[in-house]
Design a protein around this ligand. Structure first.
Ligand code: HEC
Length: 73
């Protein structure tokens, strides 16, 4: 399923589909609060080695909390 349209959707796809499908984002959206997304992306960077610099990190977290935050359902 494609990610929701937003300016940083392409950034998220390019960074978050290196190791697994972006379906992981949609599957986990119901369980992750906005704070959860920040922790999740930090884990992808620190534990899994996702290649995001600080600016990209902020944009990806911003995209995920706005498009897939639990308050959006
Ligand atoms: C360097 C590889 C890598 C990159 C890049 C990566 N991930 Fe992951 N991700 C993993 C691994 C490994 C798992 C563990 C699940 C598995 O084994 O398939 C995982 C699992 C997940 C999960 C499921 C919940 C969990 O914690 O297991 C979510 C949600 C997720 N990733 C989101 C993201 C997002 C958002 C990005 C972009 C910022 C991203 N991933 C980029 C490696 C990566």
């Amino acid at each position: 399923m494609p990610l929701k349209e937003a300016p940083d959707a392409a950034l998220v796809v390019s960074k978050c589909s290196i190791c697994h499908s972006v379906d992981y984002i949609q599957m986990n959206a119901p369980f992750l609060q906005p704070a959860g997304w920040e922790a999740e992306v930090r884990k992808m960077v620190k534990v899994m080695g996702a290649p995001l610099d600080e600016a990209e990190f902020a944009r990806v977290v911003d995209y995920l909390t706005h498009q897939y935050g639990s308050d959006q359902h």
